[in-house]
Design a protein around this ligand. Sequence first.
Ligand SMILES: Cc1ncc(COP(=O)(O)O)c(C=O)c1O
Length: 355
Amino acid sequence: MKKHNFNAGPSILPREVIENTAQAILDFNGSGLSLMEISHRAKDFQPVVDEAVALFKELLNIPEGYSVLFLGGGASLEFCMVPFNFLEKKAAYLNTGVWAKKAMKEAKAFGEVIEVASSAESTYTYIPKDYTVPADADYFHITTNNTIYGTELKEDLDVNIPVVADMSSDIFSRPIDVSKYICIYGGAQKNLAPSGVTFVIVKNDALGKVSRNIPTMLNYQTHVDGGSMFNTPPVVPIYAALQTLRWIKAEGGVKEMERRAIEKADMLYAEIDRNKMFVGTAAKEDRSRMNICFVMAPEYKELEADFLKFATERGMVGIKGHRSVGGFRASCYNAMPKESVQALIDCMQEFEKLH
Ligand SMILES: Cc1ncc(COP(=O)(O)O)c(C=O)c1O
């Protein structure tokens, strides 16, 4: 049976990315060696990193003066590296969910942290809008897509201080104005690669401004200077990321990714709004295109497990909501074909006919 992979992350990747990476694991560039058994300093690997960086810059239209890094540690390590490198006295955070909260927690070890607004009181079903960012904060931290709750900030904010963004789950799903940020980071395991590599886009002249001593590995400057090769980088995930970047370019770039994301999200939200058995959980204006969250309507609440079983029997994978919110979550990342979204919609319609 065909599987429709709605996993939230690690998640679906384009088939050719998996095939090309599998091939390189068997034989890298006809060298007779596996990608897993070559040195990251091998002459054939440097072009992989160089092309991945170049494609990052091209696809996201990154201006001069920024570096693209591929690191280990996941987005969770960035929660700590960001304040280590940018927080001198005070930082402002927008609390839009568990990941934002975890980022705030790390920052508190480095200075004053201002929570400018929070939607915790409504289980993060919306993105706060009326707030003031303190002008004397070193940076303002946002999470553009809240993977667990299905809310998304789909525009680049105009803020009077430097902005840092966790874009783990929506990078490459829309064009972004990188010049509005000093740092954009994320775990790659949604729209880019398997887990194991973290991407960081950092503005070079925003570095070196804090007075503290930064441990070598946690200092962005180390990795800018070393071209992501200060130590052994995650070779296999970087290779896979390169395949995804090539795929995005060949498919028409981030503008096309955005068009597809809107098309898929509109299809599924239309069904959620039409079908009497389901209700969307996120505020309509903040609905995520990447993670589409919904629950059973109150009068059908007891059928939640039945629908999960029904959908699973028809090939749907990973639609159970995050354990902290329940219900369902269909993650529709770039590699998710429209046909899979349609298959889920068909399931919802068939289920409705049975009840
Ligand atoms: C928005 C967001 N930020 C951060 C993380 C944590 O990423 P990692 O597991 O790479 O540390 C996740 C993981 O799902 C996420 O969705």
